[in-house]
Design a protein around this ligand. Structure first.
Ligand SMILES: Nc1ncnc2c1ncn2[C@@H]1O[C@H](COP(=O)(O)OP(=O)(O)O)[C@@H](O)[C@H]1O
Ligand SMILES: [Mg+2]
Length: 646
């Protein structure tokens, strides 16, 4: 049996297929073509459901009575040949029938067109859309490809850099791979000659390949990152810092509003005087934070001692952040640093050492400098605008500044990436201006609802995709995909140190699978040869490449053997109990075998033709049901991992 159309409701098509013959995935694109006219629809699978034999027959009969397009002869024959469904599920092929729920996306002809409501009425065939056709219709190529990974079918996947410009959001649950994907994009941008700036909150980007210049000529030897650590090799003079960011910083340190007003008035005059001198061709004296502290002592901001004392104490707090240069030659010229990476490279602005209170003013100062850089590029007509990455922007940028960046980015030329697991931190007005979304696993309804405000795709599709995204997979949609949702596997950065510097109290003492580890792991070696689970990273730093197979690293204890034997013996009961909770889960489990038990982790194996079942079992809702039941049987917490055996 091939894939058959069961019914069309609104923009949803239900397709029946046998997973043993077809391996459909959520996100897959199919074509439903009318045989005689050749007209067709492009549909995309958004979910699956289990179909029981009697309910399918009933549904189909209702459709026939309802004068909806009749049942295909092929499907009828198939169903009538299937065995009695009331017999043991195992014996019946019908247990394998699945319904794929697909959304109608486009009309097909020579090229794809907006769907106008047309649906095929006559005899149809359903086929997969090849990646190349998807690319031809959804991915533009203006000669600036950025290679991000592979499609679900393993084809290399690249987006066009031009369409990545201006506002991008990368989101997903913690640990889903947002920062990793950001690094993939960053390195591709650097490679393509783009200047980038990263606000690094967790020292995550500093280990990427370094930017190297020839000391003699100043030419770029290798493109990479320049690590600028706030308060260390990144210090600013007062004028460079700017008045508004300085006031922000002092206010964060608790400067009362009235004092802030006195301070601002006097500072505005001071800045004015400096500009005046510059206009007259003179060099104004360098202003450091000590000058301001001296001014406060001399009651220059206000004659009121209380006001002056308030200002002075906040200026001292600001000085203690270390981000202010004492002398002109200590100050970092961001323009000069930017010039080093103008033809490819990244300034990694490390703000990890700053306190929460000082971060916002400092970042605001840097953003002001970035704005000046953009204006320079505009004025000169050189157009080397930066790509700016903000990790968890809402923690150190005010909503107003985020709004400013987003609304002004088109005019300024800069492209921004907001990387966050707290999508609620981005306002709806921001989301509505997003050009591209990069979504990783996102299991929470609230987040899905919020991100759907970007109005890129219906909430149903969004929710269905992002809740099911597998490890290291991302859903991309926006200008780079002509708004078509595409799921990719993010490429691996081989030989590049991507880990941050998270410090841990508990260091791993023994190797072995744990609850936090991937549920779906491909084991393509006979039992006993391959050990399950990737090597845990010590302190978040990947160890030297381990050689496989890993012998003797994990021990299966006699107790583990006993547990496995018990689970194997009780497996039919366990499946029966779970089938009462979910018929679909029951049918998924009959395809699996308990294979190994170690360290409270049960490995369940599937044959290569049951990858669909394996994938379904990794869905959180099903996995949790199974883990709960197994834990009850063994009276200890049990987690599961799923494998394919070849
Ligand atoms: N595409 C990928 N290939 C290999 N490892 C990845 C990939 N994506 C993420 N990882 C790993 O998964 C872990 C979590 O990723 P990370 O980007 O830090 O998550 P997040 O920023 O969403 O919290 C990291 O150890 C990272 O190296
Ligand atoms: Mg991260």
């Amino acid at each position: 049996m091939s894939i058959q159309v069961s019914q069309v409701k609104g923009d949803v098509v239900e397709l029946i297929f046998n997973p043993r013959e077809e391996d459909l995935r959520v996100g897959e694109t199919l074509r439903i073509r009318e045989r005689d006219s050749g007209e067709g629809l492009v549909v995309q699978v958004v979910a699956f459901r289990m179909v029981t034999y009697p309910s399918l027959i009933r549904e189909q009969l209702e459709l026939v009575i309802g004068q909806v397009p009749p049942l295909s002869r092929e499907l009828l024959t198939y169903l009538s040949e299937a065995q009695d469904p009331y017999k043991e599920y195992d014996a019946s092929e019908a247990r394998n029938l699945k319904v794929a729920i697909a959304k109608i996306r486009k009309l097909t002809g020579r090229s794809w067109d907006q769907w106008d409501g047309w649906i095929p009425m006559r005899d149809v065939d359903v086929s997969r859309v090849l990646d190349q056709e998807l690319f031809d219709n959804c991915i533009d190529d203006l000669g600036n490809p950025l290679h991000l990974g592979q499609t679900l079918r393993g084809e290399p996947f690249a987006i066009e850099g031009h369409y990545l410009e201006k506002v991008n959001v990368i989101t997903g649950v913690k640990g889903a791979g947002k920062s990793y994907l950001s690094k993939v994009i960053l390195l591709e941008l650097i490679n393509a000659g783009a200047p980038c700036i990263v606000f690094d909150l967790n020292k995550e980007y500093m280990h990427l390949p370094k930017h190297e210049l020839d000391p003699e000529t100043g030419d770029v030897r290798t493109r990479g990152i320049i690590h600028l650590k706030a308060g260390d090799n990144l210090k600013l003079g007062i004028r460079q810092f700017g008045l508004s960011p300085l006031v922000t910083m002092l206010t964060k340190f608790g400067l009362p509003e009235v004092s802030a007003m006195y301070f601002e008035n006097r500072m505005a005059r001071l800045f004015q005087e400096a500009w005046q001198m510059e206009r007259q061709g003179r060099t104004p004296p360098f202003i450091g934070i000590q000058h301001l502290i001296d001014m406060a002592e001399e009651l220059e901001f206000s004659q009121n001692e209380g006001v002056s004392a308030a200002i002075r104490s906040r200026l001292e707090a600001a000085r203690n952040t270390g981000v202010f240069a004492d002398q002109a030659h200590d100050a970092t010229s961001l323009q000069a640093e930017y010039d080093k990476i103008r033809y490819g490279g990244a300034l990694v602005v490390d703000i990890s050492g700053l306190t929460n209170m000082s971060r916002q003013g400092f970042v605001q100062a840097i953003i002001d400098s970035v704005r000046e850089i953009c204006e320079q590029e505009l004025q000169r007509g050189t157009g080397r605008f930066p790509f700016v990455f903000f990790e968890e922007a809402h923690l150190y940028i005010s909503h107003n500044t985020i709004g400013y960046i987003v609304t002004r980015s088109r005019h300024l030329g800069l492209t921004c990436f907001f990387v966050t697991n707290m999508i609620g931190g981005l306002d709806e007005t921001v989301l509505r201006q997003v050009d591209n979304l990069f979504l990783l696993h996102l299991p929470f309804d609230d987040d899905v609802r919020h991100i759907s405000k970007s109005a890129m795709v219906d909430q149903e599709t969004m929710g269905s995709f992002v809740k099911r995204l597998r490890r290291h997979h991302a859903l991309i949609l926006g200008d780079v995909t002509r708004q078509y949702p595409i799921i990719i596997k993010v490429k691996e950065l081989k030989g590049i140190h991507t880990a941050g510097e998270t410090q841990y109290f508990f260091k791993p003492k023994q190797r072995g699978p744990s609850a936090g580890q991937p549920a779906a792991l491909q084991v393509d070696a006979p039992p006993g040869v391959q050990k399950a689970g990737p090597t845990p990273h010590s302190h978040g730093v990947p160890p030297a490449q381990p050689s496989l197979p890993l012998h003797g690293l994990e021990e299966t204890t006699p107790e583990d053997h006993k547990c496995l034997a018990r689970l194997q013996a009780r497996w039919p009961d366990i499946v029966r109990t779970l089938r009462h909770k979910s018929a679909f889960l029951g049918s998924v489990l009959t395809a699996g075998r308990p294979w190994k038990f170690q360290g409270q982790v049960l490995s369940i194996t599937f044959t290569a033709r049951d990858t669909f079942h394996r994938d379904m079992l990794t869905e959180p809702e099903y996995r949790l049901l199974v883990e709960k039941e197994l834990s009850a049987v063994l009276h200890q917490p049990v987690t599961i991992t799923c494998h394919t055996l070849t």
